[in-house]
Design a protein around this ligand. Structure first.
Ligand code: ADP
Length: 425
């Protein structure tokens, strides 16, 4: 083998994965590791230590005979997972703030400085985490610097402090349209803590010599900026033209559409990430597989689906939700699930539910178009529902679009594509 290879790593909610690809996108090696349970450090869980161990375990998992061909490495992490470190030593100044942790104390303050309905105006945003830390800590403020999970893991590999990408930095307030932090943020006393921001998949520099030698990566190997886990999963599907979309049918229904125009609407929780000169517009409905699991086992789902004729339209009109409340494509926190009347025949019931979810998906893409996004032309599917061929056929009929299962759906594969993008020619 003389070919160059590109390594992507994904740090998700419960574990991490890697994928090693060539320039054609073929996978040469892949693997995963659960995070070791973090040990207690003081009163808190040392998650950072656990991620660090996993990073080096994954590097060791890459077959020795392939490491010498690795041209570049990139990493994605969970969005809004934040680490505050000392810029002199690189040591964390406190435990990491995990993606879904909320900081209501900081939200009031953030609401008062940010424009109404900005992405940072959510208790779990990176900016709320930063403001909460700033208000509660009194020492080390001058030398403190903020990094996202992916930035920090990449720093362990390249050693240059204070670098992020514009996908991870969106929830701290970075504006990818003007390529800078907005004025209202730069004027804050903690603005020196904000990392500098470059495009995802940009080479930051060589791998640190000690790490490189320890694992046997080549001298030319560069480390590239990463992205968030959900964007990496979108990249994996290779939906590279405006109008191409990925619907994820997991516990919830998430749509992501590549658009030439940026669309943001906080009423529906719709916002856009930049991808080079395009925008990745996304929205998430509470409908999806979680409701199916409340009613059927996965085994029943498979068997009952076999009995469905996807060409026939179901007379049942439901709005399947696991609990009260919907945000997108209908913004109504009081909305009640509608799953009645239930026909005696279970296959008929499932048909009605699958078709109703397909209508919600159609409405979701319709709303994105009404808000100004590029109209959807083709849908790739990821998640547990993607394997259901009957559902795919129902969705093709209801969406009136080609629908296909995505060939690759692992975020690690998307991160490997970013490594490929940033590799030296
Ligand atoms: P997540 O990672 O969001 O929890 P997954 O992508 O693993 O979810 O998908 C799990 C979901 O897939 C479950 O909620 C389940 O209802 C759904 N699912 C499993 N099998 C099928 C099937 N044959 N048809 C439709 N949905 C299915």
């Amino acid at each position: 083998l003389k070919e160059k290879l590109y390594l992507g790593m994904d740090f998700g909610t419960s574990g991490a994965r890697y994928a090693l690809i060539d320039k054609h996108g073929n996978i040469h090696s892949q693997g995963k590791r659960e995070y070791p349970s973090p040990h207690m450090s003081g009163n808190t869980m040392d998650w950072a230590g656990s991620w660090k161990i996993t990073l080096f375990t994954l590097l060791e998992d890459v077959p020795v005979n392939l490491r010498g061909f690795v041209s570049s490495i990139s990493i994605d992490g969970t969005s809004a997972t934040t680490i505050i470190i000392d810029s002199n030593t690189g040591d964390p100044l406190c435990r990491p703030f995990i993606y879904n942790e909320t900081f209501p104390d900081a939200l009031t303050r953030v609401n008062s400085i940010a424009p109404a309905n900005h992405t940072v105006c959510s208790g779990s945003s990176t900016l709320c985490k930063l403001v909460s830390w700033w208000n509660l800590h009194h020492s080390d403020k001058d030398s403190a610097i903020l990094l996202h999970q992916a930035d920090w893991l990449l720093w362990l590999l390249h050693g240059k402090l204070g670098i992020s990408d514009y996908n991870n930095a969106l929830k701290v307030g970075y504006d990818p349209e003007i390529n800078s932090y907005p004025k209202w943020l730069v004027s804050q006393p903690y603005s020196h803590m904000l990392p500098s921001v470059i495009a995802p998949g940009t080479s930051v520099g060589s791998m640190k010599e000690d790490v490189r030698v320890q694992f046997g990566f080549p001298k030319e190997c560069v480390i590239c900026t990463g992205t968030t886990d959900s964007i990496a999963a979108f990249l994996a599907a290779c939906a590279t033209q405006p109008g191409k979309a990925v619907t994820s049918l997991g516990s919830t229904l998430v749509v992501k559409l590549l658009s030439t125009r940026r669309v943001d609407d906080s009423r529906y929780g719709v916002y856009s990430h930049r991808l080079d000169d395009r925008w990745l517009v996304g929205g998430a409905s509470n409908t999806g597989g979680a409701v199916l699991r409340q009613i059927f086992t996965d085994d029943q789902l498979g068997k009952l689906s076999q009995q469905i004729d996807p060409k026939r339209s179901s007379p049942h009109d439901y709005y399947p939700l696991p609990a009260v409340g919907e945000r997108f494509p209908v913004a109504d926190p009081e909305m009640a699930p509608k799953l009645h009347p239930r026909p005696v025949n279970d296959a008929e019931y499932l048909h009605g539910i699958l078709e109703s979810i397909a209508r919600i998906e159609a409405k979701a893409y319709g709303l994105l178009k009404d808000l100004g996004a590029t109209p959807v032309e083709e849908v790739f599917t990821a998640g547990g529902g993607a394997k259901n061929e009957k559902w795919t056929k129902i969705r093709e009929r209801v969406l009136n679009l080609p629908v296909r299962q995505a060939l690759q759906t692992e975020a690690a594969y998307g991160a490997a594509l970013l490594a490929l993008k940033g590799a030296p020619a």
